[in-house]
Design a protein. Structure first.
Length: 330
């Protein structure tokens, strides 16, 4: 049996604020196998990015991390800063939402790629430069030798994101975390970037975590989806199962908010009423209850656990899960 690449057990992240402790991530359990892709979906502020930073061990200095993050059999929280630096790149890499925050604006693209290869793989400068040209070509950048001499501001948003992906892939990592990698791009470029990530993931047999607010992005591009709300995972299932038989009302609401191609012009999109709860004021019941049309007194008084009562491989945290289609197996 293939061993787990990544395992999160009871991971919580708290941040100090003037209004009190903010629970950004609340007791999250996740696993990821080598070569598989996990989608993490939810609204802005639900804890997706903070969870990814807990995995990468890139949390703010005053953040408090509880639980364990095990990668390749190693507890990342127990590693020294130097050991973590050696791990990032060759084994663990990240693509951020905005490449202008991850690319150095005063260094050429070539310098940033070459220095990455030299620092992590010990390559000679000439070999690293040749490899840089190959990497840029692999991510679909035309005239790669010319691009090596350019600075980030001289490239379009889509090109900058491709450079960020090339840098992330340069050391052949075992796990790539892609945090909203297409949010700032137009729709055509979004599809190109997502297809590029999927192609490289399969070609390298690399595990990937794809973080997004859009359920449509993870459909067909992930093996499993975890839906987050108010810092918790509220539903988790293999991707085909989630879209065929979703059980959580919040997941249903997220899917309903995706524009439909066959809708008449100017059709209003269904919106999720209300707003997410204040993370500095924990609620006794289900965090989604104030916005849920199925909620009752039990939902407001007791927090539902994340369970798989039918042992079907899909977990959900809801006292009133959506009914399965007639004839569907639980």
């Amino acid at each position: 049996m293939t061993s787990l690449l990544l395992s999160l057990e009871g991971v919580s992240v708290e941040l100090p604020t003037p209004r009190g402790a903010l629970r950004a991530v609340d007791r999250v359990d996740l696993t990821l196998m080598p070569g598989h892709t996990l989608g993490i979906v939810g609204e802005s502020g639900c804890g997706k990015t903070m969870l990814s930073r807990a995995i990468l061990q890139l949390l703010p200095k005053r953040a408090k991390l509880a639980g364990s993050v095990t990668f390749g059999g190693r507890d990342l929280a127990a590693l020294s800063p130097e050991a973590l630096r050696k791990l990032r790149g060759p084994e663990l890499a990240v693509v951020f939402q905005d490449p202008m925050t991850s690319l150095n604006p005063v260094l050429t693209i070539g310098t940033q790629l070459v220095e990455t290869l030299q620092a992590h793989l010990g390559m000679e400068r000439a070999a690293a430069r040749r490899r840089s040209v190959e990497l840029l070509a692999a991510v679909g950048i035309p005239a790669p030798e010319q691009r090596l001499r350019q600075y980030p501001h001289q490239l379009s948003g889509g090109m900058r994101q491709r450079v960020a992906i090339a840098i992330a892939l340069s050391c052949e990592p075992r796990l790539l975390v892609a945090d909203e990698p297409t949010t700032a791009l137009d729709v055509t470029v979004q599809a190109q970037i997502l297809d590029l990530l999927a192609r490289e993931q399969k070609r390298r047999h690399m595990a990937m975590i794809l973080i997004t607010h859009d359920l449509g992005v993870v459909a067909g591009r992930t093996d499993e989806v975890a839906v987050m709300y108010a810092g918790r995972v509220v539903e988790r299932a293999p991707t085909p199962k989630l879209f065929a038989h979703m059980r959580m009302p919040y997941t249903e609401a997220l899917l309903a908010a995706i524009p439909k191609l066959d809708s008449p012009p100017h059709t209003a999109l269904p919106a999720i009423a209300g707003r997410p709860p204040d993370p500095t004021r924990p609620m006794p019941g289900c965090s989604f209850a104030p916005r849920c049309r199925y909620a009752d007194d039990r939902c407001r008084e007791a927090k539902p656990p994340l369970i798989d009562p039918g042992r079907s491989g899909g977990l959900y945290a809801c006292w009133h899960p959506l009914a399965l289609p007639t004839g569907a197996r639980t």
